[in-house]
Every structure is written in C-alpha cells, then in structure tokens.
Write a protein that binds this ligand. Structure first.
Ligand SMILES: Cc1ncc(COP(=O)(O)O)c(C=O)c1O
Length: 465
C-alpha cells in the first residue's frame, strides 16, 4: 500500500533539490550587486552606509529610479516601495521636482546667506498645517528631534523625556533607549536615566507623569512605532495624550518624520485633529532631498532667538548650526513637493493605490492559506504574518500587542520576505512596509500582488512561514 505521508515527504525532498532556494535565486539575479559589495566591504563597516541596508549575503545596488520603479546594476526593473525611506510621496524623479532642483543647481547650491527660498518653504509647510506658529529647518529627522528636545528643555527647565517602547526618533543618544534598532550601547548612564520608556498606554503615561514630575516632554510616532508596525489606536490615543500632557503641563511632541504629509495633507495632527506643541517633519517635507524641520509653538522655538541680551544670547540661547540648513535646492524641492500635495490629488492617488494593494495582499494570504493580513493607514501598507486580532474593527490600526508583533514579524521572516520579493522584482522596505507613492500605477500594484503571492509560497516551501 502507498504510504501517502512518506510519498509526499519524498516528493518534497525531490522538489527542494530541483527548485533553487530564495538565496540561490537572489544570488543569481543580482551578480553585479554581489561584485559591488566585495568592494564596498573594503570601505564601509559591513559594506553599507545605513544600518537598514544590511542584507545577507549582500544588498542590491541601484543606479536610477523613475516613477514607481528603480533599476539595479543588472538592469532589473524593480517596483519600489522603499521610496527613499518614505520620502518620495510623488515617486522617483518627479519631473516638476527635477526641473525645479535642476534650475537652481546651476545658479548655486549654497549662497552662504539667507534666501527667499527658505521663507517660501516655511510658508508651504504652514499652508498644510496652519496652526504651526514658527519653523526652523535642519538636514534630517535625527537633527530635528534632537533640536526639538533641546528647545523644550530650555523652555520648561525639565530634564526628563517620556518616549514609547520601540518608537524611533533617529540615532542621537536621547532617541536610543528602546528604539528597536541598535541598542543604547555606550550611552552614558546619566542620559539613559533621563529617558523614561513606557508602553503606549494612557494609564502608563499618567502613572509615569505622576512619578516623574521632571518629565518635560512626551514624544511619539503618532501612528505607532516604525510606521505602525507596532500599531496604536491614534484616534483615541492621541486625544488622550493631548489631555494628559496639558493637565500635567508637559510638552507634547509629534515626530511626523514619516507621517508628515503622507497620512493626510497635514500629517497625523490634521488627520486626527490633535494639535501637538511641537512637531518634527522630515523626508517628504523636503521633496526627496535631505532636509527636515521642527515647527510649532513660537514660545518654544523662541528658545533659539537672539534677544540682544548678551547673557541670554551667549549663554542661555539654544544654538542651532547646520551648514546646509535651508539650502536652495532642498528648499525648492520642498516648496514644489509640498505645493503639489496642497493643490493636486497626490495623497488621494497614493492612498487609492495603497487600498488596492492592501486588498490584493489580503487575497494572497487567503489564496495561499497562510495566516496573515495586510493593514495600514493612507499610503502605508503593513503586512503581518499572524492571525487577525478578534478585538479589531478595522484594517487601519489593528489591535496587535507588542508580543504578537515580535513573535510573528521576526527578523528572519522580514529578511526573507524582502529577498523573495526582490527575486520577483519588488522592493519592500525592511520586509515590513510598503511605502506607496502617487506614481505607482494599477499595473505595478497588481504585479506586486502577484509577487507577494509567489513570495508567500517561497517562504512557506522553505519552512520560514
Ligand atoms: C519617525 C522617525 N523619526 C526620525 C527619523 C530619523 O530621520 P533621519 O533618518 O532623517 O535622521 C526617522 C527615520 O526614518 C523616523 O522614521
């Protein structure tokens, strides 16, 4: 008699021997990247210039992008959902932004003084979030969260910061405790003691504010850590946080580096109608160029102002340097990008493409019979390899605990999803998020859904899912 389980086991072994693995296909598809990496390791630690580009056995090297796709060294056309780490809401090399930057590059990239461009850029930011009183520009989200914390400390004289578990605010030392990437190694204990970390739970926040009257600021990613990979319930949580921080006379800071101008034309604060005291913007604020901003209450930003009092100006004022702050090409990219968001259906198109992708990924989970679902807000799409939580009522912010996220979204699963998808011509950011742009087409979204289904099957057949 035929022993069916044994038969299928044998068949499986044969298929495994014939079918190349995800790693084999990846190595075969990107030979020029493998070569480039051999040189890169001679120059850079781990061969990379951003920790998130770390990939085994090597990362893929790209040389250009256009709209919803980018091209690697082997001339593969890859549908891109990294989109400049979330900075390219209008896709790669949007003609309006390219033209604007190019026209200024020939007229000077740094004029060593103030320009009208920075004023126009600030107006474009305020146009989208009218309650912002003042703005200062920096070069990155990291610089902005650091500068904001310094201003807030000068404003209320309180030394401690409340941050949430896993929430990411860049790589300066106050942002390092529990940020989900490299740990706070070698950070002086005095700095570690200044950061109080809690779960995003209003009860926990209230308790911490009562226990530590020297907390001066509560900061957060307003849709949850890592672009909502650890989702929270923004509708209720943000309002509750606003009330609690006001009652305790503590500054509320939204880090909108990712959410700014993506999850609505005015970011999380406009979408949920909650006014923070200070906001940080990055990525999209500079139209895909390196630039960022802090903005909000003028009495807090005034900590950087000159007052004509030598003691204040020299000893107490918060100094902000930054060679490239508000440089003309960046400011121009910011103006054009933000004005497009204000006047054209950029968010609507990106959101519609994301909705199509979410529906398609959910069908792929169903047709492969692999437990999982896709969720997300606006043009952010998060895949999740686990059961849909019974308590949840919508696919925007499912009620997932930190434990469920950590158990199901392991590094191995995310790493192999990224690699499998790349072998099927799609780049997913960190194997955990699709940053959809207004340049993605329906055809590209449908190809992505097919690639996702194939990748799910790949991961299953290798025992990763
Ligand atoms: C929420 C958040 N804050 C801050 C940062 C740091 O920004 P940057 O990489 O520009 O320093 C990031 C970067 O991804 C981010 O997602």
């Amino acid at each position: 008699m035929l022993d069916l389980p044994k038969f299928f086991q044998r068949l499986n072994h044969i298929v495994e021997r014939i079918m190349p693995s995800i790693d084999d296909r990846y190595i075969k598809k990107f030979p020029s990247s493998a070569n480039a990496f051999k040189t890169a390791v001679e120059f850079f630690p781990s061969g990379i210039t951003h920790q998130n580009r770390h990939a085994e056995p090597f990362p893929v090297y790209f040389n250009s992008g256009s709209g919803g796709v980018k091209f690697d060294l082997d001339d593969n056309t890859i549908i891109d959902f990294v989109m400049g780490n979330g900075s390219l809401l209008q896709g790669h090399a949007h003609p309006k932004i390219v033209e604007a930057i190019s026209s200024q590059v020939a007229r000077g990239t740094h004029l060593g003084g103030s320009t009208l461009f920075e004023i126009e850029w600030a107006k474009s930011v305020k146009n989208l979030v009218p309650w912002l009183e003042q703005v200062r520009f920096t070069n990155s989200g990291t610089e902005s969260t650091y500068l904001a914390l310094r201003c807030i400390r000068a404003f209320n004289g309180k030394s401690k910061i409340l941050k949430f578990e896993e929430h990411f605010h860049g790589w300066h030392e106050y942002a390092l405790p529990s940020q989900g990437n490299a740990g706070p190694a070698f950070v002086p204990q005095a700095i570690m003691d200044m950061v109080v970390v809690v779960k995003p739970d209003l009860g926990e926040v209230e308790k911490a504010l009562k226990e530590h009257p020297d907390i001066g600021v509560v900061m957060l990613e307003p849709t949850g850590a890592h672009y909502a990979c650890f989702p929270l319930q923004p509708k209720t949580f943000l309002k509750g946080l606003r009330d609690l921080t006001s009652q305790h006379n503590v500054v509320l800071m939204f880090d909108e580096t990712i959410t700014g101008f993506r999850i609505s034309k005015g970011g999380a604060q406009i979408r949920y109608n909650v006014q923070p005291d200070i906001s940080v913007f990055g990525k999209i604020v500079a139209g895909g160029m390196p630039g960022a901003a802090i903005a909000g209450r003028s009495d807090i930003l005034e900590m950087m102002s000159f007052k004509g009092d030598p003691d204040w100006d020299n000893n107490r004022r918060i100094g902000q340097g930054g060679t490239f702050n508000g440089n003309p090409p960046t400011a121009i990219a910011g103006i054009v990008g933000l004005n497009m968001i204000a006047n054209e259906p950029v968010n609507q198109v990106a959101d519609a493409m994301a909705a199509r992708l979410r529906t398609g990924l959910n069908s792929a989970f169903e047709s492969t019979n692999i437990p999982g679902f896709a969720y997300g807000i606006a043009s952010i799409v998060n895949p999740f390899f686990g059961k849909y939580p019974s308590k949840s009522t919508d696919l925007e912010s499912p009620d997932l605990s930190y434990e469920e996220v950590r158990k199901n979204m392991t590094g191995v699963r995310k790493g192999y999803l990224t690699k499998a998808m790349l072998t099927h011509d799609v780049h997913v950011m960190g194997g955990q998020v699709f940053m959809v742009s207004s340049a993605h087409t329906e055809e590209q979204i449908d190809q992505t859904i097919e690639a996702f289904e194939l990748s799910l099957r790949d991961l299953k057949s290798e025992g990763i899912l």
